[in-house]
Design a protein around this ligand. Structure first.
Ligand code: ZN
Length: 465
């Protein structure tokens, strides 16, 4: 008899090769070593058999998370952020280059991020770099150090240390990135359109006034600039947090043309609509904003037809003080929605209501997000892949209590919502990193998350050429 495996997880329903089947997933050294028949005898040190109602799915890969440590750790940090991820079935996060201080725009800043994350990470953590005016011309060293790509803003980011690129700088960034085969990820709102719209509005607590201050046209114009730049340079680009469905036709056409362009949207754009957001409820403020119900329907269509490739949380918390600064004035409050822990059940809840099966959700939140960052060992349960597994009960419900979330700041647009889909157990590389009901006071687990480097990065990447 061969050596026992470290772990075997049996379930009546396992998502493997794009379909559901009864199986036993055998893990050795953190990797899926075999996928056997459900009732096959397999020697293992540990065996978990999922009860009826729980399915086994790959860990969610969330490519859009603002951890904010170091520098704004009171907004979110690697300890609380990765606890929240594990509790939400998210086994990989890729951290945004802002709003930490310093932002991840230099190799030194990346080292600081890694040093902060390494001892605390409870899930695997990768990093995006930043493209700001002062880092243009110097992006490649960061790429060689293993960031997965570069984020830029086309309008003010909200923090002074991360200035936006104008159109000329956007094109320069794309040309530079094309030169080394990198990826530019873009916050696409046009500053001229925003300026014109906000001079016509004076802030205040009206949600529809806030939406009017960030009109669809700002996304349409900015995305048109990105498409033109991609066409001119051949660089790969990705549109972050698409909110306006009016930009879908341009994206569809760009993809049909064969341009290397992808797009994401976020759980909050798929869960909420402007009609249902009360005035003064700044926990719903994000940029670009949550738009109306008809727009939300079209975003779902865009996902279903593949125009939108993936869903990422854009977890962008702040302190409650900043989130409610101005006591309901949308112009004053911090713009960002905290959603890492709830993104998977929130999207599943909204999909389920529309009759969309769980496997499509996994496609958008695990398979395609892993593909965006080239993590071939993540996003699917497959032999040779990382044993990042989630026992998920799709038909169980829970009521969100912001106070009980692992996020550092207990503010949630989902507070009080009933969601479908309970994450019962999360395994990272075959180790349990979360069990439902875990609460402060439960035996502490040692953080076992690893720092991820872009496949292909490293000394070889630097020395070849
Ligand atoms: Zn973001």
């Amino acid at each position: 008899m061969s050596n026992p495996y470290d772990l075997v997880v049996r379930a009546e329903s396992v998502f493997v090769d794009g379909e559901w089947r009864a199986a036993a997933v055998a893990v050795r050294d953190g990797v899926v070593a075999a996928i056997a028949e459900y009732d096959e005898e397999i020697p293992a040190h540990q065996v978990a058999t999922l009860p009826e109602g729980q399915v086994l799915v790959p860990g969610i890969v969330d490519t859009h998370v603002h951890v904010n440590e170091p520098g704004r750790t009171e907004w979110e940090g690697f300890d609380t952020g990765t606890r929240a991820a594990a509790a939400g079935g998210v086994t990989t996060i890729v951290d945004m280059p802002l709003n930490s201080i310093p932002p991840t725009t230099t190799v030194e800043a990346l080292e600081l991020k890694r040093a902060a994350a390494a001892p605390q990470a409870r899930v695997d953590v990768g990093f995006w770099g930043g493209a700001i005016p002062s880092s243009l011309g110097a992006l490649e060293p960061l790429w060689n150090e293993g960031v997965f790509g570069f984020k830029c803003f086309l309008s003010p980011s909200g923090v002074d240390e991360f200035p936006h690129l104008d159109t000329e700088q956007l094109n320069a960034a794309l040309a530079e990135i094309a030169g080394f085969g990198g990826l530019l990820i873009v916050h696409a709102e046009d500053p001229d359109v925003l300026d014109a719209a906000s001079s016509a509005s004076h802030g205040g607590p009206g949600y529809l006034d806030f939406v009017a201050s960030r009109p669809d046209l700002s996304e349409e114009d900015a995305i048109a600039h990105v498409i033109a730049g991609v066409r001119a340079t051949g660089a790969r680009a990705h549109i972050l947090h698409l909110s306006s469905a009016r930009a879908l036709d341009a994206l569809r056409a760009a993809k049909a043309e064969g341009l290397p362009l992808t797009a994401e949207t976020c759980p909050h754009y798929l869960s909420f609509s402007a009609e249902h957001i009360p005035d003064g409820a700044t926990q719903y403020k994000c940029c670009p904003p949550i738009r109306d119900e008809a727009n939300r329907d079209l975003l779902w269509e865009g996902l279903l037809d593949g125009t939108i490739d993936l869903i990422a949380s854009d977890h962008s918390p702040s302190t409650a003080e900043l989130k409610f600064a101005g006591s309901g004035d949308f112009a004053e409050a911090w713009g960002g929605i905290s959603g890492l822990q709830l993104s998977f059940p929130a999207v599943w809840t909204a999909a389920r209501e529309r009759g969309i099966p769980l496997e499509r959700v996994l496609g958008w939140m695990a398979v395609n997000t892993a593909a965006l960052v080239g993590l071939g060992t993540k996003g699917a349960i497959a032999v040779g892949g990382d044993a990042d597994l989630v026992a998920f009960a799709p038909e169980e419900t829970f009521v969100v209590s912001a106070e009980e979330l692992e996020h550092k700041n207990k503010v949630s647009a989902y507070d009080g919502s009933t969601l479908h889909g309970v994450v019962h157990t999360t395994w990272l590389a075959g180790e349990v990193v979360h069990v439902v009901g875990d609460r402060p006071g439960a035996p502490e687990r040692v953080p076992s998350g690893r720092l991820l480097t872009r496949p292909g990065a490293g000394p070889e990447a630097r020395s070849t050429e």
